[in-house]
Ligand binder design. Structure first.
Ligand code: HAM
Length: 420
């Protein structure tokens, strides 16, 4: 048998207890924030039928052509670990006829996603998204509301140095004539494009705008933009969307090449980027996808949403110093150990964190352990304390020690926790 140690898979990472605290704080604030706007959580499976993403995310996207974790299960079915959430929510709505509920429906979700991307700072193979989706609302006011909701969340968590980019990618009416123009321009530039983009010229020239290769980016700067080719309805929608952002006093930049890497978008697209993130600078991205449910063979219900990468989000949320306050019980002898065990139970029943250790140790080493762990209080139990049911309570922050009766001790700790 090989003795080589097994490590975490490239592109995945463990979230250790010190980091988990921040995750929990940010997740809790984020969920509560979405609930303020009427969103409710929806959870769907980690894997789905492969065709869900081929159809939903789009067959010409990088996500589908290069990045999916696809496997055949023991029943011979092709399954894929979700690379994004949007098609799963649409499927779930159709499976459960949720569209029959009053519209608009607002959902949110937090969970792991999987993409076989080239790992680098801010880009992982297993990463986490917080995702929101709204169904059944065509009014551009909702497009602005979700951008405002995202901006408000970033402000609540004191994220600075961000920029909001917005665009419209048109619809079934204005996209085909624009595509033809774009294809023509891309064909003329074909020789200067990377191999991948040369393929995209025929398959879906819009995807050339997703390319990160410098020469392709330079060439794409001269291509016609969809923003200049919107039909009347899309232009009206885009103008109204921007108007509502102005109403909220939100500053934004119109980025005519923001087509986002997924095929389903119609009309509004947007991203929030951070100058603190490096090459992978998008904290979140989203847009409208009015045709997806219909194209899945479901009802004609429009959708809009965004997803935020938790790892990137967390790296721009400032740390907050939180004090963990807990009681450590130190004892001497078997009778004191038993009293300590009972006391630990009582303290925990009072909803206070409490630690007691079982290895035979001197009082000195128990106290030094309490110190190392940063205990807020140490209760010291010896033979006398057991006999009198009175305990030595040491406040580690103040360095004070006093003898107190059991009930008095719990009341004191509770009071100290309350007053911070
Ligand atoms: P996306 O732009 O593919 O959109 O991903 C959204 C966010 O997920 C990105 O802005 C980024 O923060 C994060 N992200 C993506 N890939 C990675 C990765 N490999 N490592 C770390 N973070 C990553 C979507 O997924 C759409 N479903 C958004 C949406 C919802 N559109 C409408 N509704």
């Amino acid at each position: 048998m090989s003795t080589k140690t097994i490590s975490a898979i490239k592109g995945t990472k463990d979230i250790l207890p010190e980091e988990v605290r921040k995750w929990q704080r940010v997740e809790a604030v984020t969920k509560a924030h979405f609930e303020l706007y009427g969103y409710r959580e929806i959870r769907t499976p980690v894997f789905e039928a492969t065709e869900l993403f081929e159809k939903g995310t789009g067959e010409t996207t990088d996500v589908v052509t290069k990045e999916m974790y696809t496997f055949v299960d023991k029943g011979g079915r092709s399954l894929t670990l979700r690379p994004e959430y949007t098609p799963s929510v649409v499927r779930s709505i159709m499976d459960h006829s949720l569209h029959l509920k009053p519209q608009p429906m607002r959902y949110y979700f937090i969970g792991p996603m999987f993409r076989f991307d080239k790992p680098q700072k801010g880009r992982y193979r297993q990463f986490h998204q917080v995702d929101i989706e709204v169904f059944g609302e065509k009014d551009p006011a909702i497009d602005a509301e979700i951008v405002e909701m995202a901006d408000h969340l970033l402000k609540r968590l004191k994220v600075v140095d961000t920029e909001i980019l917005v665009n419209s990618v048109g619809c079934r009416v204005c996209r085909p004539p624009y595509h033809a123009k774009l294809k023509q321009a891309a064909e003329q530039a074909k020789e200067d494009l990377c191999e991948d983009c040369q393929r995209k010229v025929d398959l879906n020239p819009l995807r050339i705008f997703d390319c990160k290769v410098d020469s392709c980016r330079q060439r794409a700067k001269d291509f016609p933009t969809i923003t200049d080719h919107l039909c009347e309805e899309c232009l009206g929608h885009f103008k109204a969307f921007c108007g509502y952002l102005d109403l909220y006093g939100i500053s934004y930049e119109i980025e005519p090449r923001l087509v986002r890497g997924l095929d389903y978008y119609t009309k509004t697209t947007f991203e929030i980027i951070s100058s603190r993130l490096g090459a992978q600078d998008a904290i979140l991205g989203g847009g409208r996808y009015d045709d997806m449910m219909k194209e899945f063979g479901g009802p004609d219900v429009c959708g809009i949403g965004f997803a935020m990468g938790m790892e990137r989000f967390l790296s721009v949320v400032p740390d907050e110093k939180t004090k963990e306050r807990f009681v450590f019980i130190a004892y001497m002898g078997e009778a004191a150990k038993k009293a300590g065990l009972q006391l630990a139970r009582e303290v925990r029943q009072e909803n206070l964190e409490c630690l007691i250790e079982y290895r035979e140790k001197s009082l000195k080493s128990q106290l030094s352990r309490a110190n190392k762990l940063n205990a807020s209080w140490v209760v010291i139990i010896g033979e006398d304390e057991v006999n009198n049911d009175r305990y030595q309570l040491k406040d580690m922050e103040r360095g004070e020690q006093e003898e107190v009766a059991r009930e008095e001790m719990i009341a004191k700790i509770r009071q100290a926790v309350k007053s911070g």
